[in-house]
Write a protein that binds this ligand. Structure first.
Ligand SMILES: NC(=O)c1ccc[n+]([C@@H]2O[C@H](COP(=O)([O-])OP(=O)(O)OC[C@H]3O[C@@H](n4cnc5c(N)ncnc54)[C@H](OP(=O)(O)O)[C@@H]3O)[C@@H](O)[C@H]2O)c1
Length: 327
């Protein structure tokens, strides 16, 4: 089959289309004929040599895809050859075929085309697992989403808004702030021109954010803890602003607050399967009734993976960048 190969670690130009062996469905796995995959920030890091795949995972880049079941491994129930699905992957999505544990397959939400479905697994699973399963956001609470116009942010705003929470979102340009508002953010905050701590406290009469979903890591740690409400939960999922910072435990202690950091990719198969099942139960109905929609910035052929990486790296994209195989 064809797939994206990397000529060493480096810039987007190391990526090109090459030949590679077809995957085989092991016990409990299916092979999907990939229709589309999507570019994630983690893919950029993997390409640069900083984020190796977990043990046993394909070394081909790609954490999600949509496609048609082409082979069903021993012991798999509920999926047949020809079924359409989307999937959360530990790797291998940038190829014509990929093997995936059956628990990480999800049906295509009603009303969505197969290619667009590739925009959903990573963001839906990340948002549902962190904001709802880990941080337990409730409808009467305030959520602060950093990077509201990104892939994760566009999903977090929509799901939290649909479930009744008040949503604050940060973004870097007027156009992206507008997108956050369109998707349901009650307050959109420019991370360039405004202090998000001040804005959130002012708009909540000093209460603060009950949950913060953070992509910045070290750079925002002190301010994220500052903006937390009593018994607030800060969930760090990205380190775009570095990995090391000082944490004033006395502030956490006074607020009875929590700082949690998680990674989806390294979770065991059973844990990913539980997240996928929860996403199908809670998020798919919101997609089917139109309250949550995938935000796709651009769709390119798989052969243009290098351009897709350059686009995400430029910071110009809002939402997801997809790659199609033509299948
Ligand atoms: N831990 C996990 O399991 C997990 C899973 C998935 C993703 N992630 C991480 O989550 C983060 C978001 O992923 P993504 O797919 O949404 O990436 P993305 O689409 O590339 O979005 C990146 C976001 O970062 C925002 N940003 C840049 N500088 C910022 C700043 N100073 N303050 C606030 N936001 C800033 C951008 O905002 P503008 O576009 O408005 O400038 C953009 O929304 C990444 O760090 C990714 O690695 C983690």
């Amino acid at each position: 089959m064809r797939g994206v190969v990397a000529d060493g670690a480096g810039g987007p130009e190391v990526l090109s289309l090459g030949e590679m062996p077809d995957p085989v469905a092991g016990p409990g796995e299916v092979v999907l004929e990939v229709a589309a995959t999507a570019v994630n920030r983690a893919d950029l890091l993997q390409r640069q040599g900083f984020y190796p795949p977990p043990p046993g995972a394909s070394d081909v880049i790609g954490l999600e895809c949509s496609g048609t079941v082409a082979e069903v491994g021993e012991g798999v129930e509920g999926w047949s050859v020809g079924d359409e699905a989307c999937a959360l992957l530990a790797g291998g999505g940038y190829a014509e075929r990929v093997a995936v544990p059956a628990g990480q397959l999800m049906p295509v939400p009603a009303g969505l085309d197969l290619v667009t479905a590739a925009a959903l697994p990573e963001v839906a699973c990340t948002v549902w697992s962190n904001v709802f399963m880990v941080a337990g956001l409730r409808p009467d609470e305030h959520l602060l989403v950093h990077g509201g116009a990104g892939g994760i942010g566009t999903m977090a705003i929509q799901v939290a808004h649909a479930l009744g929470a008040t949503v604050f979102a940060t973004a870097g340009s007027a156009e992206k702030l507008e997108l956050c508002r369109e998707l349901g953010a009650d307050v959109a905050i420019s991370y360039r021109d405004e202090d998000f701590v001040e804005v959130v406290k002012e708009r909540t009469d000093g209460h603060g954010a009950d949950v913060v979903l953070d992509n910045m890591g070290a750079k925002y740690l002190a301010r994220n803890v500052d903006v937390l409400a009593l018994e607030g939960r800060l969930v760090v999922i990205g380190m775009q602003g570095g990995t090391k910072a000082e944490l004033d435990l006395s502030v956490l202690l006074r607020k009875r607050a929590a700082v949690i950091a998680t990674s989806l990719r390294a979770r065991p198969v059973e844990s990913k399967a539980a997240i996928c099942a929860a996403v199908v139960e809670h998020v798919w109905p919101l997609v089917a009734d139109g309250r949550v929609r995938p935000i796709v910035h651009r769709t390119l052929p798989l052969a243009e993976a290098a351009s897709a990486h350059a686009l995400l790296e430029s910071g110009d994209a809002s939402g997801k960048v997809l790659l199609t195989t033509g299948a």
